[in-house]
Write a protein that binds this ligand. Structure first.
Ligand SMILES: N[C@@H](CCC(=O)N[C@@H](CS)C(=O)NCC(=O)O)C(=O)O
Length: 149
């Protein structure tokens, strides 16, 4: 079995980090490969041939390739289920929903931390016990999807 995760070479993408954490939590052996977004390596065929969206993260499991961080974590949860591997999501629907709510919050609250044009997001100073941050009111300035990734 082979697992490879493509992440940004700056290690700042919250999307890539969520896939990375899921693999680590599951206790899986995987190879990590970096893609230099600033150099546009994610637009090259060598990457887009694997990653449908041309963005990080991209998971390659044997000959299966998957982008989109939430699809990746849910795929890992189903492919490597508990109890053999640690569960990523709680069993109770409400608790699962809250886990996904937190994931969405973390992804969104840190969205502006990727790539050379990254600027501090107005959400980044918010703490988890505050209300949901308001949507950012700026033009896209980073490599991360904006505004609703
Ligand atoms: N919805 C995607 C967002 C992924 C994303 O926007 N990744 C950024 C890095 S934070 C990226 O690869 N940007 C490169 C580009 O847009 O060219 C996910 O959840 O995986």
């Amino acid at each position: 079995m082979s697992l490879k995760l493509y992440v940004d070479s700056q290690f700042t993408s919250p999307y890539a980090i969520s896939a990375f954490v899921a693999l680590r939590e599951k206790g899986l052996d995987f190879e990590l490969e970096t893609v230099d977004l600033d150099a546009g390596k994610n637009k090259e065929l060598s990457y887009t041939g694997k990653a449908l969206t041309g963005r990080v993260p991209c998971l390659v499991h044997n000959d299966f390739m998957l982008t989109e961080s939430s699809a990746i974590t849910e795929y890992l949860e189903e492919m490597f289920p508990a109890p053999e591997h640690r569960a990523l999501y709680p069993v109770l629907p409400q608790k699962r929903a809250i886990a996904r709510q937190i994931q969405a919050w973390v992804r969104r609250a840190t969205w502006a931390r990727c790539g050379k044009n990254a600027a501090p997001t107005p959400c980044s100073t918010n703490v988890p016990n505050s209300r949901y941050p308001p949507p950012p009111r700026r033009r896209r300035t980073s490599w991360c999807t904006w505004p609703n990734a």
